[in-house]
Ligand binder design. Sequence first.
Ligand SMILES: Nc1ncnc2c1ncn2[C@@H]1O[C@H](COP(=O)(O)OP(=O)(O)OP(=O)(O)O)[C@@H](O)[C@H]1O
Length: 211
Amino acid sequence: MTALSLLLKGVYCRYGRHPAVHSADLAVPAGLRVALIGTNGSGKSTLLRAVLGFQPVSGGVIEVGGVRAVTSAQWRGRRTEVAWIPQLRSTGRFPLLLGELLDSSGDGGAAREAAARLGLAGLESRGVHTLSGGQAQRAWLARAVGAVAAGAGMLLADEPTAALDFAGQEEAAAVLTGLPVTLLVATHDRAVADACDRVVEMAAGRLRDVA
Ligand SMILES: Nc1ncnc2c1ncn2[C@@H]1O[C@H](COP(=O)(O)OP(=O)(O)OP(=O)(O)O)[C@@H](O)[C@H]1O
């Protein structure tokens, strides 16, 4: 699949009465790499999850490749079109073998190859919950490589280098920004932000360009 555009218009997300995302606007042309920065709790993860339909949206429009997902079939399609690296709040939440996680990408061969390059060779029969934080993060990165090989045209990544060692951070930044997709990456890692084409800050639930 070719890279996909992303359009956010007046997006609102709330937790109860607490507005986490407040009228967020963003237009990302296909193939652009965008770093999403902002202080802890500013709404970055909430916004990324909203694009995938994991987070209810109380207002506004989200389009991927010009399509606004409404039906469950469209949401399922979006999760194939959009590769996803979640924020690893706890590695114990994924009761899966590493090999199963990689195969779930849609292209197990490409994901397993990427995993081997990222230092995970021989760990395929280990539970993901038994991997170290950095190994689990590498596993999700490898899965994203597989998802892109299987046809995803966009990658949303939530702090994909947070648990990595210094060499791993550089390696991951290169892998992320080298994929032929539109990238939106929430990050506190300057190397990742510097490797992107555009930097957008989330503050008080809104987005603004900073570079
Ligand atoms: N499940 C939830 N229930 C209630 N409030 C939530 C929930 N998840 C997030 N929040 C709140 O919504 C706001 C935005 O959180 P979010 O996780 O999107 O921020 P973030 O920018 O990704 O933060 P960080 O940089 O720390 O990962 C925060 O005030 C947070 O406390």
